[in-house]
Design a protein around this ligand. Structure first.
Ligand code: CMP
Length: 148
């Protein structure tokens, strides 16, 4: 049974075509099926809403400033172990450490700082569905899962 996750390529990545290409390549070689994609510029309010669970954290302001600094690429990815596999492909959040501990991962290869860490991935099926609805309001999860 295919499951879904939401993947985001963050603004710093989108600015570098080679890195976009390389991450897309890693998405496909990991075995994901790309269900839908879009490029989007988030407003201040949209970023605040998307990351509301991090409101109050010391890095929140820096995260919001970063995420609205340019276009992002958003993908719905499908795989039987979508959430787990995408998190594994990205590597741990903190790029500064990950570049030493898991250099083969996306964040380990291209992450710049703990905030500018290349990519985002949903952390559970419930948050994947919430995040998918946020970026793809017309996506019908029930209908999709009946077919897959
Ligand atoms: P993401 O997986 O999108 O979820 C929350 C984001 O907050 C995270 O990736 C980073 O971009 C950012 N973040 C998490 N922890 C830190 C940290 N310790 N310092 C700065 N930014 C962070």
């Amino acid at each position: 049974i295919l499951k879904l996750t939401l993947a985001i390529l963050k603004p710093d990545v989108v600015k570098v075509p080679f890195v976009v290409q390389e991450i897309r390549h890693r998405i496909l070689t990991a075995g994901f099926y790309v269900v839908q994609s879009r490029s989007v510029n988030l407003s201040h309010q949209e970023v605040e809403h998307f990351y509301s669970e991090h409101a109050g954290r010391f890095f929140h302001q820096r995260l919001v400033t970063f995420m609205k600094s340019g276009p992002i690429h958003v993908h719905i990815l499908a795989h039987p172990e979508a959430i787990q596999l995408w998190r594994q492909t990205m590597g741990p959040t903190k790029s500064f450490i990950t570049q030493f501990e898991a250099p083969e991962t996306i964040r380990g290869s291209f992450g710049l700082t703990d905030t500018r860490n290349c990519t985002h991935g949903s952390d559970s099926l419930a948050s994947a569905l919430k995040e998918i609805t946020f970026f793809f309001p017309k996506f019908n999860y029930e209908e999709w899962s009946e077919k897959h």
